[in-house]
Ligand binder design. Structure first.
Ligand code: S3P
Length: 421
């Protein structure tokens, strides 16, 4: 697809629902007793994979636009899957399901697309095995033999909300208490939702404990706009001259707002207004205006708070004065594609001064940038980041696969070009 260029970006938009919260609402709604009404659900391919998997285990789920109704059958209400559970491109579906399926009375098999089959599952199957789980393989397809689980005390070697959540979900089925120690704080939507549903879960800084549960109570879930999707417009508004973009109803859970902290640090004119609480999550309207950006250093505890935004933050760095260093981000190598290599290879095509490091990249911004024929590697966040990058390039650009954006943001290109009108 040739990437059409806009000369300025102005207007107000709302981005689709948060991917992480949408997944969890369907999963926990399925395990709760009673009906879970979800509004603002993200109808992206990943979350639809989650719905498919739970329908496959006997859960009735109605989809009506962005409103989804899940008819939960209780913690012990899942049925033997009618077929292999197919998780598509979704790491969250795959890893969280491992936690749930380990403690069932039935056996199951999970697999996904070519990207999922290359992503490491040992990070979940190892701690689950310590709880007594029986899972063959460290890559998909995973064969899970449902069994009795017991609580563990586990210190996580990586900062990962997917791993943490898989252990917590298995903990609901385990005898005794399960304790997880995080090395850095990762997104906590599971903890918030489980607590609202009445689970015996306690969070103390980086330590989370959960007891085996007998029941979860369904709650209403209002999914806020996904800050990871809003991120493309925050950066677009900041780097493009004469622009002002307002994104309404964005989730600003503090475990997710690293992008705002970094853009402010880089000098972006970014404001949060109308801050409010919605079903246990914080929400705000975010306005970004064209700004003169400067380079920065991004590393340490902030990384899990912006891990999915690093490709678009790298775009911001290209148009910032001076050097931006992204470090401690080796987790990028095991995302939908190796996002360090993908960003460096594609940005190099535009003659950007960028160097790959072991745990990130170094970008020298402020130089002329030229259009190119980009590869997305089938990665939704690469497709959207490269579309923003292309706007500021001299000459024309294309991407080999625009459809992959539908994983997290099916209406991305429509929303994008509306801002240019
Ligand atoms: C997610 C956690 C993150 C993130 C992913 C969604 C989640 O992955 O990259 O897009 O919903 O728990 P890790 O837990 O592997 O860091």
């Amino acid at each position: 697809m040739i990437i059409k260029k806009i000369s300025k970006a102005n207007g107000t938009l709302s981005v689709p629902g948060d991917k992480s919260i949408s997944h969890r609402a369907v999963m926990l709604g399925s395990l709760a007793s009673g009906v879970t009404e979800i509004s603002g659900f993200l109808k992206g391919a990943d979350c639809l994979s989650t719905i498919d998997c739970f329908r496959n285990m006997g859960i009735d789920i109605d989809i009506n636009g962005e409103n989804v109704t899940v008819y939960g059958k209780g913690l012990r209400g899942l049925e033997v899957p009618k077929k292999t559970l197919y998780t598509g491109n979704s790491g969250t579906t795959t890893r969280l399901l491992c936690g749930i399926l380990s403690g069932q009375k039935f056996n199951s098999t999970i697999t996904g697309d070519a990207s999922i089959q290359k992503r490491p599952m040992g990070r979940v199957t190892k701690p689950l095995s310590l709880m007594g789980a029986k899972i063959e393989n460290e890559y998909c397809p995973l064969h899970i033999i449902g069994t009795n689980l017991h609580g563990i005390d586990y210190t996580m070697p990586v900062a990962s909300a997917q791993v943490k959540t898989a252990i917590i979900l298995a903990g609901l089925y385990a005898e005794g208490k399960t304790v997880v120690h995080e090395i850095e704080k990762s997104r906590d939507h599971t903890e918030l939702m489980l607590s609202a549903m009445g689970a015996d879960i306690n969070v103390n800084g980086l330590d989370i404990s959960v007891s085996g549960a007998s029941d979860l109570t369904s709650v209403r879930v209002n999914v806020p706009g996904d800050i990871s999707s809003a991120a493309f417009f925050m950066v677009l508004g900041a780097i493009m001259p004469n622009s002002e973009i307002t994104i309404t109803n964005v989730g600003i859970n503090p475990t997710r707002t690293g992008i705002i902290d970094v853009l402010k640090e880089m000098g972006a004119d970014i404001k949060l207004e109308n801050q409010r609480e919605s079903a246990g999550e914080s929400v705000a309207d975010i306005t970004v205006r064209s700004s003169a950006l400067k380079g920065t250093v991004i590393g340490g505890e902030i990384i899990p708070r912006l891990i999915d935004e690093l490709p678009i933050i790298a775009v911001a760095a290209v148009f910032a004065d001076g050097e931006t260093v992204i470090k401690d981000a080796q987790e990028l190598k095991v995302k939908e594609t190796n996002r360090i290599k993908a960003v460096v290879d594609e940005f190099t095509k535009c003659k950007i001064d960028i160097n790959e490091t072991n745990d990130g990249m170094i970008i020298l911004g402020g130089n002329p940038v030229y259009g190119a024929d980009f590869k997305t590697y089938g990665d939704h966040r690469m497709a959207m980041s490269l579309t923003v990058l292309a706007q500021m390039c001299e000459g024309s650009s294309s991407i080999d696969d625009s459809d992959c954006a539908c994983v997290s943001y099916p209406t991305f290109f429509d929303d994008f070009y509306k801002l240019g009108k």
